[in-house]
Design a protein around this ligand. Structure first.
Ligand SMILES: Cc1cc2nc3c(=O)[nH]c(=O)nc-3n(C[C@H](O)[C@H](O)[C@H](O)COP(=O)(O)OP(=O)(O)OC[C@H]3O[C@@H](n4cnc5c(N)ncnc54)[C@H](O)[C@@H]3O)c2cc1C
Ligand code: SF4
Length: 504
């Protein structure tokens, strides 16, 4: 390695000067960093979380929340319901704990960006697609259907969809020879998933860059309107003890890629003035429906998410997927306690979890109050109708695949519906408080647009009104996508990095 990795220490203040500082090492940050390093710049990646090797990943969902997730996975969107927001806090960011599904940005997304933000669809679309195609090759994107362990749950989903005439496919994933261990959400111990902590971040070091882990940035340093560096203090990943202070100067500029919930807060804390900071929060809220099968499904044997359908992306606005979750998370989804919960859990081997991600149009905001960062977000009636319909579609597919019953997990509703009862789901409550949903695909907070009064960054990721300051993560995305976002985020970060390098 030509560069160095600096981890937590409590010694004396650390100071350094690099060409560019990138804050955050997730989908956006690590991609921007590697592109800038390939352009010949000396890059410093500064990441709040620790850098773990695959053999040091936890094996349980509890361990994943403790070691890999931000705030133990307990950040909540607060509105009519409290729904958890899941993001990682580690080198590689959320790519370490995600399911690695890769989807090229659909053309209609660029057309909508042009209509709503003034960013040229032709220009942006062709540049992002060119990067996405190259990224898919670099990160060994492969068809889940060709791996050894696709898993019975995904095969059943394919059967159900085919029986109903619903177009669907095996997922394409950033995984090299996936062994089908169903452990993506805990990090891939086998080292098969091409998360960015095992790909782009080491490449930045190889190219002479520096990586600072356990190093949350407190603020961006400015000289006038020009970003010239960052500062912060190391934080021990287990004890939370504060360590040495660091000040890292950037000769050419700072790229902020700290995630949807964190980038806008970091800019605000650093004194950036823009009334759109924190606005335009969107997501793809999702939930799962269990199918109960006579034969064992063993959903944890097989690729974590091996099957998907975008047949309903436009109408009603959903993506459907399979998802393997470990027993401890299944327990959290089956209501009840004591003997009742034990009895329900005894069916674990016969359950298949399929889920949806709603292409929600509701918009929220991220603010900072006495309790820290707050995300205000409530699905409106139209989104809740999409949400409910998606659950019915999943139930239909389970039944078509041979399930004898489904478990929808709606509070105040039947625990289990027999195959001939699933239409009851069409009348399930529309109040979000009845549902257990998770927000894992997030957008906004520093939205992109050509009008500085309605956006935070321009079409090159530059913060309006400032110099040497770029945002390159999911926070710049101004609309929902209706598909998994990592490929779009990496494509955008690549475009922004190219533009940054061209200006130097
Ligand atoms: C369980 C789960 C499954 C998913 N599955 C998929 C999938 O299969 N396919 C897909 O396309 N998408 C998936 N996603 C979504 C995808 O992973 C995210 O959208 C994407 O990683 C977001 O990229 P980002 O760069 O905006 O943020 P992140 O990848 O979250 O990276 C942000 C990084 O910034 C760091 N940071 C924050 N604040 C600071 C600070 N002050 N100083 C320094 N560092 C800081 C964080 O620790 C983090 O490492 C999934 C998400 C989850 C939660
Ligand atoms: S399913 Fe298992 S082997 Fe495949 S990428 Fe995920 S964790 Fe790795």
């Amino acid at each position: 390695m030509k560069g160095a990795h600096h981890a937590y220490h409590a010694g004396k203040r650390e100071e350094a000067e690099l060409d560019v500082i990138v804050v955050g090492s997730g989908a956006g940050g690590a991609t921007a960093a590697v592109k800038l390093a390939r352009a010949g710049l000396r890059v410093g990646i500064v990441e709040a979380g620790a850098w773990r090797a695959p053999q040091d990943y936890p094996s349980s969902a509890y361990g994943s929340m403790r070691d890999l997730m931000d705030a133990w996975g307990a950040t909540m969107a607060t509105g009519r319901a409290f729904w958890p927001i899941v993001q990682a806090r580690c080198v590689g960011g959320t790519t370490v704990i995600n399911s690695a599904i890769c989807v090229r940005t659909p053309a209609d997304v660029f057309a909508r960006w042009e209509r709503e933000t003034g960013i040229s669809a032709k220009d942006m679309g062709s540049r992002i697609w060119a990067h996405e195609d190259a990224l898919a090759t670099e990160l060994s994107v492969s068809d889940s259907g060709q791996v050894v362990g696709l898993g019975r749950s995904s095969r059943l989903a394919m059967k159900g969809a085919t029986a109903l005439g619903v177009p669907s496919e095996h997922t394409h994933r950033y995984a090299k020879d996936c062994a089908g261990s169903g452990q993506c959400l805990q990090g891939c111990h086998e080292g098969k998933k091409q998360s960015l902590n095992v790909t782009f971040v080491p490449e930045v070091l190889e190219r002479g860059g520096e990586v600072y882990s356990c190093a949350p940035v407190s603020d961006v340093i400015f000289e006038g309107k020009r970003a010239v560096g960052v500062r912060g203090r190391y934080l021990h990943p287990q004890t939370r003890e504060k360590g040495a202070h660091f000040t890292l100067r950037a000769k050419l500029g700072v790229v902020v890629a700290a995630s949807v919930t964190k980038s806008c807060e970091l800019l605000r804390r650093s004194g950036v003035k823009n009334k759109m900071l924190g606005e335009g929060f969107r997501s793809h809220p999702g939930t799962g429906v269990f199918g109960v099968y006579d034969e064992p499904v063993d959903m944890n044997l097989g690729t974590t998410q091996g099957w998907a359908s975008i047949a309903y992306r436009d109408n009603p606005g959903l993506k459907l997927e399979t998802l393997s979750i470990p027993p401890e998370l299944v327990a959290s989804r089956l209501s009840g306690g004591g003997l009742e919960l034990m009895e329900r859990l005894s069916e674990y081997r016969h359950l298949a979890m399929w889920c949806h991600a709603v292409r929600a149009e509701s918009v929220g905001r991220i603010s900072h109050g006495l309790l820290g960062t707050q995300i205000h977000y409530t699905l409106d009636k139209a989104d809740m109708e999409r949400f409910r319909r998606g659950m019915w579609l999943l139930a239909q597919m389970h039944v078509a695949a041979g399930a004898k019953a489904v478990i929808p997990g709606i509070a105040g509703f039947s625990f289990k519906l027999e195959a001939n009862e699933i239409d009851q789901l069409l009348d399930a409550p529309l109040d979000p408080r009845h549902y257990v949903a998770v927000l894992s695909h997030l957008f906004g907070g520093c939205v992109m647009g050509s009008d500085p009064r309605r956006s935070v960054v321009d079409g090159s990721g530059r913060v309006h009104g400032y110099e040497g300051l770029v945002v390159a993560d999911a926070s710049v995305i101004p609309t929902n996508l209706g598909v998994n976002p990592q490929h779009t985020i990496m494509g955008l970060a690549s475009v922004f990095a190219d533009d940054f390098a061209a200006r130097t």
